[in-house]
Ligand binder design. Structure first.
Ligand code: ATP
Ligand code: MG
Length: 430
């Protein structure tokens, strides 16, 4: 794949001494190589005489925004994800405690909070007011879907004298943030727009890790154990778990590897059939139930959409396609098929999606949120804009928003990840 232009926009020259002390400043030209293996790197260098690289994130010795005159604002948009409050807390504390930024607004209900006609007053965030929010799930700012007009939003930013806007959200949120950054540029304003990518599905390209994903995998663990206990509790018991993963099956794949009671892992990237063909689920399930008497199936929400007669025409307020419910569909099909082949089976169905989305972040996921937030503040103070904070080759990076939204990351079914999943699951794939 050709690597796109990874140059990150700057509002102007950074001329102000950073107020940070005792930190390791990142040199202006520090980069993180795109290539992940030696062959790839050598090939790219031989072909182009240069290497694609991301700008490395981190504190700069010279900054662009004068902290004393900087007002910042934070918003969350799209669906919930573990860690949103950790990021809000990390941003607020880094801005106010480390950089001495005097005012941090919490914008209510996503982009709606920047449209005056909705009438949502912004919240004033302080280190004290955000102190315990990392312990609770959801977002203290609220969120929303649905398109808003960037011209009106930029008017609001200007009126509130906001110099930095942090947007925490998924691909839709990132696209809207890019529209705002373009409108800011058109007007020649000096407002930084910096995003922290939120996708529990871990499906953003050019970013190898996003927050919330690890918590989702961890929380799915106990559901898999429950499904397994239920499945083993009756002859021919089936535990069926429907997990998030609209376009990419990373949660299902990692949860399978984290709790290998799973026998079938169904993801959008690997098409399966129900009755016939090499990857037919039901004949394989019959063999498994007759031999082992129980089975656990995990299915991503975007898997098996081709099994429905019509493509889903339902959309949410932001225009995202709402998939057919593959979990309920499989539940019905397995029960009906059991009757057809005279197998007295029992299916227990679990859908923990909303339960998991609204959890607080767990363990190193919470650490990751805090570090993302710190790097976002460093990027903004240094005058970067139209940028997403990424993570690549074990470093935090600056990724231009259009690059992050250009395509989705998916499971490569020829990768060692998918090989590992296949090696712990059942005969559908053997
Ligand atoms: P999730 O992963 O939960 O879907 P998301 O950020 O993609 O998160 P959306 O509801 O799609 O959630 O979008 C959030 C906000 O971004 C909404 O206010 C929406 O109108 C706006 N948005 C979505 N898509 C676009 C787009 N293509 N251009 C501009 N704004 C957009
Ligand atoms: Mg989205």
């Amino acid at each position: 794949m050709a690597v796109p232009d990874l140059t990150v926009k700057r509002l102007g020259e950074a001329t102000i001494d950073s107020p940070l002390s005792g930190v390791k400043f990142i040199p202006e030209n520090s980069s993180v190589i795109y290539g992940k293996d030696a062959d790839e790197v050598i090939r790219e260098y031989n072909e182009n005489g240069r290497l694609s690289a991301f700008e490395q994130a981190g504190p700069r010795e010279k900054i662009y925004h004068d902290p004393a005159w900087t007002h910042a604002a934070i918003l969350t948009a799209g669906g919930l994800c573990p860690g949103l409050n950790d990021v809000i807390k990390g941003l607020t504390r880094t801005l106010m405690v480390r950089y001495n930024v005097p005012i941090v607004f919490g914008i209510r209900y996503g982009y709606q909070g920047l449209i005056p006609s909705f009438g949502y007053e912004p919240m004033l965030l302080t280190p004290d007011s955000v102190d315990g929010i990392h312990e609770i799930g959801g977002t203290v700012l609220g969120s929303s879907r649905g398109r808003q007009d960037e011209v009106t939003m930029v008017e609001t930013l200007k009126r509130m004298n906001i110099k930095i806007l942090f947007c925490i959200g998924g691909d839709g949120t990132l696209r809207c943030a890019h529209d705002i950054a373009m409108e800011v540029e058109r007007r020649g304003l000096n407002i930084s727009v910096v995003c922290i990518p939120k996708t529990i599905d871990n499906d953003i390209n050019f970013i190898d890790k996003t927050f919330g994903f690890e918590t989702a995998v961890y929380a799915t663990n106990s559901v898999i154990s429950s499904a397994h206990n239920e499945a083993k509790g009756t002859p021919h018991g089936v535990g069926l778990i429907h997990v998030m993963g609209r376009d990419s099956g990373f949660i299902a794949a990692y949860a399978t590897l984290a709790n290998t009671h799973v026998n079938y892992c169904l993801v959008p990237e690997d098409a399966f059939s129900l009755y016939e063909g090499e990857h037919a689920l039901l004949p394989s399930l019959e063999r498994r139930l007759r031999e082992r008497k129980h089975a656990v199936i995990i299915v991503s929400e975007g898997a098996g959409q081709h099994l429905f007669e019509e493509e889903s025409s339902r959309r949410d307020k932001s225009g995202n396609v709402l998939h057919h419910n593959i979990g309920e569909f499989l539940h019905e099909k397995i029960v009906a098929w059991g009757k057809e082949i005279n197998l007295d089976l029992s299916v227990k169905y679990f859908d923990p999606s909303y339960l998991i989305r609204s959890l607080p972040a767990h363990g190193t996921d919470a650490v990751f949120c805090e570090m993302l937030a710190q790097h976002a503040v460093h990027a903004a103070m240094a005058g970067r804009t139209d940028v997403v904070i990424g993570h690549w080759n074990d470093r935090f990076t600056h990724v231009p928003i259009p690059v992050a939204t250009s395509s989705r990351k998916k499971i490569d079914i020829n990768s060692s990840l998918w090989d590992s999943v296949k090696s712990v699951t059942w005969k559908c794939y053997r």
